[in-house]
Design a protein around this ligand. Structure first.
Ligand code: ZN
Length: 158
């Protein structure tokens, strides 16, 4: 037994049960196959793979007006785009910090202390410090902000 997806010339969709595809062709030639909706004898087999009809489910009716008028939701931004935007924002922050701070490199801890105790002009500096050194500065009441600069902005670029 074969279940064929069929369509009449008015695009009604229905299923037909036949012993074989040859049986379907023979019944069509004899005018025995008609659309169950409009009795149109012009019936063609849709180009879908034959399948066993175990559930008896019918093809869903095409287009429901309530759904057809619903606006399609805006597709969410893909993760790649979000990450690219975040990376760009982070680069902008990093460039801003670099543009507005003096690089004191390994002298960072020393310079930070001098500024804090009035031994050096107070300015914004950046440099390298270990986590321990940074914690010591914080305990002394010196404001430090950890900043991981993007690799692209490290080095001689000023
Ligand atoms: Zn029909």
């Amino acid at each position: 037994m074969k279940v064929l997806d069929l369509a009449c010339s008015r695009h009604h969709l229905f299923e037909g049960w036949f012993a074989s595809e040859d049986d379907f062709v023979n019944q069509c030639q004899l005018g025995l196959v008609q659309c169950p909706v409009c009795a149109d004898p012009t019936v063609v087999k849709k180009l879908s793979a034959p399948r066993l009809n175990l559930s008896g489910a019918r093809e869903p009716q095409p287009s429901t007006p309530a759904l057809a008028s619903a606006p399609s939701p805006t597709p969410p931004a893909r993760m790649g785009e979000v990450e690219t935007a975040l990376a760009a924002a982070w680069m902008a922050v990093a460039r801003h910090v670099i543009a507005n701070t003096a690089d004191v490199g390994g002298q960072f801890v020393e310079e930070a202390r001098k500024m804090h105790y009035g031994e050096a002009e107070v300015r914004s500096i950046r440099g390298q410090a270990t986590l321990e050194q940074a914690q010591e500065l914080v305990e002394e009441g010196i404001e430090v902000m950890p900043l991981l600069l993007p690799e692209a902005l490290k080095g001689p670029l000023q």
